[in-house]
Write a new protein. Structure first.
Length: 298
C-alpha cells in the first residue's frame, strides 16, 4: 500500500520511478548493500522486476473496487462466524434463515442462553455490513459508468459490470501484456511444469532430450483479484450458462477425460484471453468468433 502512495508522490519529481520486488538472495544483507544492488540493476537493466503502480484515469474506480471487495469479504466472514456458532451447538439452519432478520429468531431461541447474545450481535453486525456493502456496490456502478471500456468488457461471458470494473481497475492498460500467456501468468492461470530428467538414454545408449514434463499446477505469483474474477466466471459458465458455446467446450473437455477443476481452468484461460483481445481491439464480445475458433480447433 505504501509503495503506491510513494509512487504517486514521486512520479512527478523524477524522469523514471521504479517500484520493484527484489529477488531473494543469500549472503549478508543491509540497507546500503541492497540499495546499491538495486541501483546497479536499474543502471544495467538486469534482474529488475518492475511492479506496475500506475492508476491512469481510474483512481476513483480503483478506490470503489477496493472498498467493495473489503466489504464483501467482511460480509462473508461474518456469515461464516454465525454459521460456526450454530454448528458448534449442533444446529444447521437451512439456506439463509440464519441471516435473515424475520426468520432467524426460532433458530436463535434454540441456542443456549449464553450463546444467544453472541448470535444477536453477529446478526446486527451482518445487517450493518450488508447495508454498507450495498452502498459500496452502488458507488462502484456509478464509477464504472464513466468508462466505455468497462461496458465493453462486461459483454464477455459471465463477466458483467462488477467483474469488468475489477479487471479495468486492476490492469489499467492492456498494453502491459504483449501476449495472452503473460496475461494468464499475471492472473494466476499460468501452468507450471517440471521434468525429473531433461535427458534420457535411448535403446542405443545415446542421450536424448526428454519430452515428458509434469505439471506442477498454476503459478502462485499472481494477482488474486483477477484469478478470482476469471475462475468465478468459468464456474458460472460451467454451471449455469448451458446455452453458451463455452459451456459446450467445457462439456467436450469433460468427455475427453479432463477433471472438472482442470476443465474450468481451461475455460477461465479462454475467457481471460478473450477479455484481453476485446480490450486491445476495443470491441464487444462476439460469440460467432468463438464458435469459429472452436470449429477450427476441432
Amino acid at each position: 500500500m505504501q509503495s503506491a502512495w510513494l509512487y504517486e508522490l514521486l512520479r512527478g519529481e523524477a524522469e523514471d520511478v521504479v517500484v520493484t520486488m527484489p529477488a531473494k538472495r543469500a549472503g549478508s544483507k543491509d540497507d546500503a548493500r541492497d540499495a546499491a544492488a538495486l541501483a546497479e540493476s536499474l543502471r544495467t537493466g538486469t534482474n529488475l522486476r518492475r511492479v506496475y503502480k500506475g492508476v491512469g484515469p481510474y483512481s476513483e474506480l480503483r478506490a470503489a473496487v477496493r472498498s467493495y471487495g473489503m466489504l464483501r469479504s467482511d460480509v462473508v466472514r461474518t456469515k461464516n462466524r454465525l454459521k460456526g456458532l450454530f454448528r458448534s451447538r449442533g444446529l444447521l439452519p437451512p439456506g439463509e434463515e440464519a441471516f435473515e432478520e424475520g426468520t432467524h429468531a426460532p433458530w436463535v431461541a434454540r441456542l443456549p442462553r449464553e450463546h444467544r447474545r453472541s448470535a444477536e450481535v453477529l446478526l446486527a453486525e451482518l445487517q450493518t455490513l450488508e447495508k454498507l456493502w450495498s452502498e459500496a456496490e452502488e458507488r462502484l456502478h456509478k464509477a464504472a459508468e464513466q468508462y466505455r471500456i468497462v461496458k465493453l468488457l462486461a459483454t464477455a461471458p459471465a463477466i458483467g459490470p462488477i467483474r469488468a470494473a475489477q479487471i479495468v481497475a486492476t490492469v489499467v492498460t492492456p498494453q502491459r501484456f504483449r501476449t495472452k500467456g503473460q496475461f494468464w501468468a499475471y492472473c494466476g492461470l499460468g501452468v507450471l511444469t517440471r521434468s525429473s530428467a531433461d535427458w534420457v538414454k535411448d535403446g542405443d545408449g545415446r542421450w536424448l532430450r526428454a519430452r515428458t514434463q509434469q505439471p506442477l499446477g498454476l503459478n502462485r505469483n499472481r494477482c488474486g483479484t483477477l484469478k478470482e474474477v476469471f475462475k468465478g466466471a468459468s464456474h458460472l459458465v460451467a454451471t449455469r450458462m448451458k446455452s453458451h458455446p463455452l459451456h459446450g467446450d467445457y462439456q467436450r473437455l469433460l468427455e475427453r477425460g479432463l477433471k472438472p477443476n482442470l476443465a474450468k481452468v481451461t475455460i477461465a484461460r479462454r475467457i481471460a484471453a478473450a477479455v484481453l483481445a476485446m480490450w486491445k481491439n476495443e470491441e464487444a464480445y462476439d460469440s460467432k468468433k468463438h464458435e469459429a475458433h472452436t470449429t477450427s480447433q476441432a
